[in-house]
Structure formats: structure tokens, C-alpha cells
Design a protein around this ligand. Structure first.
Ligand SMILES: NC(=O)c1ccc[n+]([C@@H]2O[C@H](COP(=O)([O-])OP(=O)(O)OC[C@H]3O[C@@H](n4cnc5c(N)ncnc54)[C@H](OP(=O)(O)O)[C@@H]3O)[C@@H](O)[C@H]2O)c1
Length: 365
């Protein structure tokens, strides 16, 4: 039996089982992507079980961005919103050269131009990240950085203000300015919640204690987390997040594209990714085979299975999307769950892969 919940677009038609009925197409469009109760708490905020990442939006060097892509990016954004995605990850450092800040700028324009219901637009949560540039040495400089992001984003408050990375490894004295910067943004109501990125379990516990003492709740920790990045450190971080009741946001859940199945050692992307892929892809056969087997058995695609694995691990993945097609496909990662056996099969295949993703140079312990 299926029923329909009246909604402005009348698109919420749920089946009786716990799985969301899927479109016959592998790339669903305008069907419910997840149950309302699958939304995830991010401190005071409630976000979709998957967000989208926007690192590519403005990055020519690594991602081949061109301004001619803007219309399609806007359509991609609208499609995501119309399908219930309300979390978008960005950073004040995204955008190369004179395009610095372009990802935030595009998001600002897309939010402003969004034609759907106002309630839906008001519910969009932007999680941006503030770079720990060496010249940002005081809390006031982080407040200024936050104000600049707000201007580019054309919004009054940022959903989650995150520290992009910790300086504990190389400039420990700067770290306190970062933490006080988060406190100041929160106290000035420029951000609704605060989070960190590239913090390891030890450093996460330290900042969590500090923010707690200052009366600022920490809501999220963002880290590279995928079937290619699931070592002891990631699992330890997940356990600490659980103990602190904060959300782990998985970045690069598709291994920068290696877990989509579209690249091989002979079919590499343009740009610097090729160097990394050339090293890792030859050993990825067992994992890609497993992903493919499960995808075929379930009528899904490889990226959908790879993203679903992150969700099943209790994290909120933020796959990067560059086109409507990618967004449509990735939306199909929602509304169903891998079985325990499938999870184990994937993890064991991942263990067999000799090379893992390189970790972010700023990642701390
Ligand atoms: N905190 C940090 O330090 C940090 C670091 C990295 C990323 N992030 C965040 O995490 C987000 C996601 O990570 P990521 O962009 O690095 O990597 P990712 O999500 O693992 O991979 C994204 C890339 O894979 C390809 N792709 C995505 N969906 C696809 C599909 N369905 N079919 C085929 N190809 C597909 C696209 O690139 P191609 O089409 O060019 O292959 C896309 O840009 C970023 O956008 C950013 O917001 C944060």
C-alpha cells in the first residue's frame, strides 16, 4: 500500500515498507528521497542525511571549473533543494586565483534566485569553512572572515561555521585564535552552530572541552571518510563524535571520483587528480568489483552504493557534484540501506586494496 502526503508539490508518495519506493530509473527525480525522521541533528539544525559539496564550484586547477558551467550548477542546486537536500558544504578558500570565494558566491546567487517555496529556501543550511591562514592570528580576524563569507553568501547567518583545519601540527600558538574566532562568531550570532574539519580524535576532544567551557556547542566534525579512507583514525574519530553527540560529516565520500567506477588506470581525469589516481586505481579492482556486484544486484549504481556505505556508517556524506546528472545519480543513494553482509563485503574488499587515499596534510591526531 502507498499513500500520498499533501505537499505543495504533491511529490511525497511513501510506500509502507521502510524503504522509500524507488523510481524505475536509476536516477530518480522529484520523488521522496528519504523519510522525514531520517533527518540528522547537527546541533540545533536538522539536515538531510546527505549534503552536497561545492569544492569544484570555482576550482579550475583540480576540477576544471569554467564560468560557462554556472547555469548547470544552478540547476544542480535547484534539483538538490527540490529533492529535500538542505545541506551544502563550502569554504572561504574555495575558488582558484581570481575566482577565490566563487563557491560561496555561487551558492549565494543560487539561494537568492531559488524560485521554490520560501520555507524551503529558509531551511537551506550552508556549512562553510574558514581557512587557518597564517595571517589570521586573532579572533577578530576570524569574525571578519565570517562577515566576508556572509557577504558572498548573501545571507544573514551561516548554518555551520567550521574551522577548515587545525594549526596544532605546525603553529600551535595560532590554534587558540581559531577557537576564540569560533566563539566570537557564535556569540555575535553570525553562525547558528560551529564545527571543525580535519581534526583528529585527540584534538577534537580538546576543542570540544574548550568550547564547552565557553558555552559554545560543537555540532560537527568533517573528515575524509569513505571506503578508501576508513582506517583506525577515522573509526576512532567516529567513536569520539558519538561520545560527544556530534555529527561526523564525510568529505570525499567518492574518493575524489575513484569510487564512481568511471575511472581506470587507462582512463584518468584531467589535471592533478591523475597523478593520485594512477597510483591508487590499479589496486582498487576488488573494491570496485564488489561495489559493482552490489550495485547490479540492487539496481543501483556504484556511486550510490559508495555513498550509501557512508550513511550506513552513521555519517552525513557530502559528495561533490558538478552536474545535474551527478546530482540525480547521487540522490539515488538515499531511501534505502545496505545490509550488514553487504557492508562487510565492501569493507573486506576495501582492505584488500593495497593503496589508500592520502590523508589531508592538515589532518591532526
Ligand atoms: N574539509 C576539507 O578539507 C575538505 C576536503 C575535500 C573535500 N571537502 C568537501 O567535501 C566535498 C566532497 O568531496 P570531494 O569533492 O573532494 O570528492 P568526492 O565527493 O569524493 O568526489 C566528487 C567528484 O566525483 C565526481 N562525481 C560525483 N558524483 C558522480 C557521479 N554520480 N558519477 C560520476 N562522477 C561523479 C565529480 O568529479 P568528476 O566528474 O570531475 O570526476 C565530483 O566532483 C567537497 O566538494 C567539499 O565540499 C572538504
Amino acid at each position: 500500500m502507498a499513500w500520498t502526503i499533501a505537499s505543495p508539490s504533491s511529490r511525497f508518495s511513501f510506500g509502507a515498507s521502510n524503504e522509500i519506493p524507488q523510481n524505475s530509473s536509476r536516477f530518480p527525480r522529484l520523488v521522496p528521497q528519504f523519510w522525514p525522521w531520517e533527518k540528522v541533528k547537527l546541533g540545533p539544525l536538522s539536515v538531510s542525511p546527505m549534503g552536497f559539496g561545492t569544492w569544484a564550484w570555482g576550482n579550475q586547477l583540480l576540477w576544471g571549473y569554467q564560468e560557462a558551467m554556472n547555469n548547470e550548477l544552478q540547476e544542480t542546486f535547484n534539483l538538490a533543494i527540490d529533492n529535500g537536500i538542505n545541506l551544502f558544504d563550502t569554504a572561504d578558500s574555495y575558488g582558484t586565483g581570481k575566482l577565490n570565494g566563487q563557491s560561496e558566491r555561487l551558492l549565494g546567487k543560487f539561494i537568492r534566485d531559488y524560485q521554490g517555496p520560501k520555507g524551503v529556501r529558509d531551511n537551506i543550511i550552508i556549512a562553510t569553512k574558514f581557512a587557518a591562514y597564517p595571517w589570521r592570528l586573532t579572533a577578530g580576524q576570524f569574525v571578519k572572515a565570517c562577515q566576508s563569507s556572509l557577504k558572498r553568501l548573501q545571507i544573514e547567518r551561516i548554518g555551520v561555521g567550521q574551522l577548515h583545519w587545525s594549526t596544532a601540527n605546525y603553529a600551535p600558538l595560532q590554534e587558540l585564535a581559531l577557537w576564540d574566532g569560533l566563539v566570537a562568531m557564535y556569540e555575535k550570532s553570525l553562525v547558528r552552530a560551529v564545527g571543525v574539519s580535519n581534526y583528529g580524535p585527540k584534538q577534537l576532544l580538546k576543542i570540544s572541552d574548550y568550547l564547552k567551557a565557553r558555552g559554545v556547542p560543537l555540532c560537527s566534525a568533517q573528515v575524509q571518510f569513505s571506503l578508501l579512507s576508513m582506517a583506525k583514525d577515522q573509526m576512532e574519530l567516529k567513536a569520539v563524535c558519538d561520545s560527544l553527540n556530534i555529527c561526523l560529516i564525510s568529505y570525499s565520500p567518492l574518493g575524489l571520483g575513484m569510487l564512481t567506477g568511471k575511472y581506470t588506470a587507462f582512463k584518468l581525469p584531467r589535471g592533478p587528480r591523475a597523478l593520485l589516481f594512477r597510483q591508487i586505481l590499479p589496486g582498487l579492482e576488488p573494491l570496485l568489483r564488489s561495489l559493482g556486484e552490489i550495485a547490479d544486484k540492487r539496481g543501483k549504481t556504484i556511486p550510490q552504493v559508495a555513498i550509501n556505505w557512508c550513511i550506513c556508517k552513521g555519517t552525513v556524506p557530502i559528495p561533490g557534484v558538478k552536474s545535474v546528472r551527478q546530482a540525480e545519480e547521487n540522490l539515488g543513494a538515499l531511501g534505502w540501506r545496505l545490509s550488514l553482509d553487504e557492508m562487510l563485503q565492501l569493507e573486506s574488499a576495501a582492505q584488500e586494496s593495497p593503496r589508500k587515499m592520502i590523508q589531508n596534510i592538515f589532518q591532526t591526531r
